[in-house]
Design a binder for this molecule. Structure first.
Ligand code: APR
Length: 320
C-alpha cells in the first residue's frame, strides 16, 4: 500500500518537530508547507539527511505553494504566530484568524479529504474558524489540546507520586486556556482515582490543587522560560498521537477540541471533550457525567470559548 501523505501547514518550531517525529515513526511521507521561503525546504532536507542514520523510509519535502499538499491524508496546522511572554493565547486571535482563512481555503482546494488537526492558538476558536473556512466535514476537523493538557497533568502527577507516567491517566476537559478543567475524579494511578490517593496519604489536597493549577498554566510556564516562543516538543508529540490514531484506525479514546452539537447541552461549537479517533476521524464524542462543581467549571470554560468565537465573528463577518 502506498504511504500516507501528511501535510504540515506551518514549518516553524512545532512543524519541524512534527516532521521529525512523523519520520521517525514512519507514519507517511511528509510535506512541510510555509509562507517563509526556504524554511520548509531546509527542514525537510535536514530531516531527510538523518534518515540513513535512524533508518526510516519517509520522503521529506518543503513547499511554498498549496498545490504541493494535493491529496494529503492528514494536515496538521501550526501556521500563525506563537505567544511571547506576557501574551495570552487569546492575544493571537486577530492575526491567526486571517491565517486560518488562507489555510482553510488551501486545504479545501487541494486536500479536501484530509483529517485536519489544528494546533494554532487560541485553539478552540481557531479550529472552529478553520472548519468554517475550509468547509470540511466537522468530524474531519479537530483541535489538539486535550492530549497535551492531560500529558502535562500526567507528567506532574507521575513526578509527585514517583511512579511511571505509563500508569497515570488524566482527564482534562474544556477550552485550551486558563479555564480548562482538569478532572481529578476521572484521573487515576493504575485505576485508583486521585481523590482516593489523597485519602490514602499519597499526596495532600493542597498539593493536588497546586498541580491542577500548574497544568492550567502549563503553556505559560514554558513561554516564561523560553522567552522567544511557546512549547513545541509536547504539542508535536500530542498531535502525532492523534494522527496515528486516524491513520491506523486505532479507535483511541483521546481528549480533543471536537465539534459538539447536542452533547453536553452544546450546539455548534468546538470545545475540549473526550473523543474516539479512528479512520472516520472523530467517530464519537464521549459524554461523561459531571457533578455540579465540575459542570460549573466546564460551563465557565465553554463561556470563555464562546467569547473568543464571538470575537472572531466581530472581526470577520463571513463567519456565522
Ligand atoms: N501560512 C502558512 N504558514 C504561515 C502563515 C500562513 N499564512 N503565517 C505564518 N506562518 C508560519 C510562519 O512562517 C512560521 O514558520 O507559521 C510558522 C509558525 O511557527 P512558529 O512561529 O515557530 O510557531 P510554533 O511554535 O510552531 O507555534 C505555532 O501553534 O501552539 C500554537 O500558539 C502556537 O499559534 C502558535 C502555533
Amino acid at each position: 500500500m502506498a504511504r500516507a501523505k501528511i501535510a504540515l501547514i506551518g514549518a516553524g518550531q512545532i512543524g519541524g518537530t512534527l516532521a521529525h517525529l512523523l519520520a521517525l515513526k514512519e507514519l507517511g511521507d511528509v510535506i512541510l508547507f510555509d509562507i517563509a521561503e526556504g524554511t520548509p525546504q531546509g527542514k525537510a532536507l535536514d530531516i531527510a539527511e538523518s534518515s540513513p542514520v535512524d533508518g526510516f523510509d519517509a520522503a521529506m519535502s518543503g513547499a511554498n505553494d498549496y498545490s504541493e499538499i494535493a491529496g494529503a491524508d492528514v494536515c496538521i496546522v501550526t501556521a500563525g504566530v506563537a505567544r511571547k511572554p506576557g501574551m495570552s493565547r487569546d492575544d493571537l486571535l486577530g492575526i491567526n484568524l486571517k491565517v486560518m482563512k488562507s489555510v482553510g481555503e488551501g486545504i479545501a482546494a487541494h486536500a479536501p479529504n484530509a483529517f485536519v488537526i489544528c494546533i494554532t492558538n487560541p485553539l478552540d476558536a481557531m479550529v472552529w474558524a478553520l472548519q468554517k473556512f475550509s468547509g470540511l466535514p466537522t468530524e474531519k476537523v479537530v483541535g489538539m489540546a486535550g492530549v497535551l493538557d492531560s500529558a502535562r497533568f500526567r507528567h506532574f502527577l507521575a513526578d509527585e507520586f514517583k511512579v511511571s507516567v505509563k500508569d497515570v491517566t488524566a482527564f482534562v476537559l474544556g477550552g485550551h486556556g486558563d479555564t480548562m478543567v482538569p478532572l481529578t475524579r476521572y484521573s487515576t494511578v493504575a485505576g485508583i482515582p486521585l481523590p482516593d490517593l489523597v485519602n490514602m496519604g499519597w499526596t495532600t489536597q493542597d498539593k493536588l490543587d497546586a498541580i491542577v493549577q500548574r497544568t492550567r498554566d502549563g503553556g505559560a510556564e514554558i513561554v516564561g522560560l523560553l522567552k522567544t516562543g511557546s512549547a513545541f516538543y509536547a504539542p508535536a508529540a500530542s498531535a502525532v498521537q492523534m494522527a496515528e490514531a486516524y491513520l491506523k484506525d486505532q479507535k483511541r479514546v483521546l481528549p480533543a477540541a471536537a465539534y459538539v452539537s447536542g452533547a453536553y447541552g452544546l450546539d455548534d461549537m468546538y470545545v475540549g471533550v473526550p473523543t474516539v479517533i479512528g479512520a472516520g476521524g472523530i467517530e464519537r464524542v464521549v459524554e461523561i457525567q459531571m457533578d455540579d462543581a465540575e459542570m460549573a467549571m466546564f460551563q465557565n470554560s465553554v463561556d470563555a470559548v464562546k467569547g473568543l468565537v464571538k470575537a472572531c465573528q466581530d472581526i470577520d463577518g463571513s463567519l456565522v
